[in-house]
Design a protein around this ligand. Structure first.
Ligand code: 6K6
Length: 138
């Protein structure tokens, strides 16, 4: 495993947890390519521990991780203010950003993400497609 590569995974938390199982699977794929700093996003048990932190502690820690990482991988199907904020910050910090959108979801991705060419947005139908896409990137 390429331990040195730090990957920040972003996915909806308070925006809604409908896609949490997909986040879990994507994080498992990402583990082959580096250290995933935000494993709790795909793990409801780990997320419970986050509840002991203040809002400021969560924000400041996550921004420190974002600053530290090389890649940001986001699952953007479920709209989330936090994920949108992280993506905007990642652009400002010039991180490599890859976004995955579930095209069979019946949702439409925000134009503020879909219309920003800096973000590499990849549509998928099955989560398993993400594995081969990640293999190409890393
Ligand atoms: C646990 C259960 C409810 O709230 C928590 C603790 N909150 C968070 N813990 C860790 N990361 C968080 C938390 N809230 C937001 N984030 C970050 O923003 C994550 O890195 C996600 O990618 C993103 C989710 O934002 P929202 O707006 O959907 O919560």
């Amino acid at each position: 495993m390429a331990i040195n590569r730090k990957i920040y995974f972003a996915g909806s938390i308070r925006g809604g947890r409908e896609d949490a199982e997909k986040y879990h699977q994507i994080i498992n794929y990402l583990r082959s390519y580096g250290e995933v700093l935000t494993e709790h996003v795909g793990d409801d048990e780990l997320l419970k521990q986050e509840k002991s932190l203040s809002e400021k502690e969560i924000h400041d820690r996550d921004m420190a991780w974002l600053t530290d990482c090389e890649y940001v991988v986001a699952e953007v199907t479920q709209p989330s203010l936090g994920v949108g904020y992280e993506l905007a910050m990642a652009l400002t910090m010039k991180k490599q950003v890859i976004c995955f959108f579930h095209s069979g979801s019946g949702k439409r991705l925000s134009a503020m993400i879909a219309g920003q060419p800096y973000y590499k947005v990849k549509n998928y139908n099955e989560v398993s497609e993400i594995e081969s896409y990640l293999r190409e990137i890393f």
